[in-house]
Design a binder for this molecule. Structure first.
Ligand SMILES: Cc1ncc(COP(=O)(O)O)c(C=O)c1O
Length: 383
């Protein structure tokens, strides 16, 4: 067996799923997946495409209509001139990320990654033989990434910095002035900002998401990784894309040929329907997530020993359990065993997540209420 396979970092989120599967009747706030069905007009577009016989390979980069729809849509959102040469269609946000990393990192290069962050980043970086340098985020600073944090960790081999706003697992967004400072730093120190924006539409309290691509039309050291998974309740469709300068997008179709070749055409047609259909479908889901967020924040804050920062986006709350005197793993395992409530230990996202648990509120209100009752009872027991 290869060293690559032996050393591939396992996702501690998946490990928790497996632990949970050993118990019956568990209330789960573990999974980062919308509990809504994909909106009907999107499903219909896929069915129509299949009925029209669109069942063959497509161009590696995606069908021109989907690439153009993405370019039009994000061009308008970001106030930037984009066309299909700026867009690469991929199999989910995961493959979009792999392509983005692959065009900037050689073996032995460094990439900075916040800690805590989505653990899947590390598997891909490992596969490319690059080195992930963690940028620890501080709980005292509300886990907000700053350009100064990044600058302090840059090495001569740093080719890329990975950011994620709103963040999984933190629910926090990067402040506008910090994004601007990060873009300046990317220009000065010659690295590419890879920005994972899969939660760009799931933002609360009337906020608007600010993309790295929107801060300055002249800034071009960026690659935006996105997907329809979260915003349109389409996780199983595996519809993702990268948007960036044409020079960095250009090699991606060649690489795609040897990886997955292409995204099925009917899924791309569904993607066009998602981007060009009514915004109200997503808005209804976001309104529901916001109500659930309020419920979880109130429940956690009312629990002795627990606290949290209010999520600004995504559907996760990173709850501070340090007041209970328990570590993340101990708390999450104890909660599962004693109360049959499943959450993810903060350490699944990196060392800086110690003392925290991630609660996903992409679940219905009854499930959330049940879980909060279990968390309350468990915390009371810990006293
Ligand atoms: C931060 C982040 N990036 C990327 C992804 C992957 O998205 P996709 O399902 O489109 O591959 C996820 C999914 O949980 C995520 O949380």
């Amino acid at each position: 067996m290869s060293k690559l396979a032996r050393d591939y970092p396992a996702s501690a989120i998946r490990a928790m799923f497996e632990r949970v599967a050993a118990y019956d009747g568990v209330t789960k706030l573990t999974v980062g997946e919308p509990d809504f069905d994909t909106p009907e007009h999107i499903v219909e577009a896929a069915i129509a495409s299949l009925r029209a016989g669109e069942t063959r390979y497509s161009a590696n980069a995606g069908i021109p209509e989907f690439r153009s729809a993405i370019a039009r849509h994000y061009g308008e959102r970001w106030g930037r001139e984009l066309d299909e040469r700026n867009v690469m269609v991929a199999v989910g946000g995961m493959e979009a990320l792999l392509l983005a990393l692959s065009v900037v990192l050689d073996r032995g290069d460094d990439i900075l990654v916040p800690d805590p962050a989505y653990p899947n980043y590390h598997g891909q970086i490992h596969m490319l033989g690059a080195r992930a340098i963690r940028v620890p985020l501080s709980a005292a600073a509300g886990f907000r990434l700053t350009a100064a944090d990044v600058e302090a960790r840059l090495t001569p081999n740093t080719r890329a910095v990975l950011v994620n706003s709103p963040s999984n697992p933190l629910g926090v967004m990067i402040a506008e002035d910090e994004l601007r400072a990060l873009a300046r730093l990317a220009d000065e120190r010659n690295f590419v900002l890879i920005s994972d924006e899969v939660y760009d539409r799931i933002v609360y309290d009337g906020r608007r998401h600010l993309s790295v691509a929107a801060i300055d039309p002249a800034f071009d050291r960026f690659l935006i990784v996105n997907s329809l998974s979260k915003s349109f309740a389409m996780t199983g469709w595996r519809s993702g894309f990268v948007v960036g300068p044409a020079s960095l997008i250009e090699p991606m179709p060649r690489m795609q040929e040897g990886i997955t070749s292409c995204l099925p055409v009917f899924i791309q047609r569904a993607g066009i329907a998602a981007l060009e259909g009514p915004e109200s479908a997503t808005q209804r889901m976001v309104d529901a997530y916001e109500r659930r967020r309020d419920l979880v924040v109130a429940g956690i804050r009312a629990t002795p020993g627990l606290d949290c920062i209010v999520p600004e986006g995504a559907f996760y709350l990173f709850a501070d359990i340090r007041g209970t005197g328990r570590g993340s793993d101990e708390f999450a395992n104890g909660l599962l065993e004693e109360q049959r409530v499943a959450v993810i230990p903060g350490t699944a996202f990196g060392e800086s997540g110690e003392g925290f648990i991630r609660i996903s509120f992409a679940a219905n209100e009854a499930t959330i209420q049940d879980a909060l009752a279990g968390i309350g009872a468990y915390a009371a027991e810990l006293g």
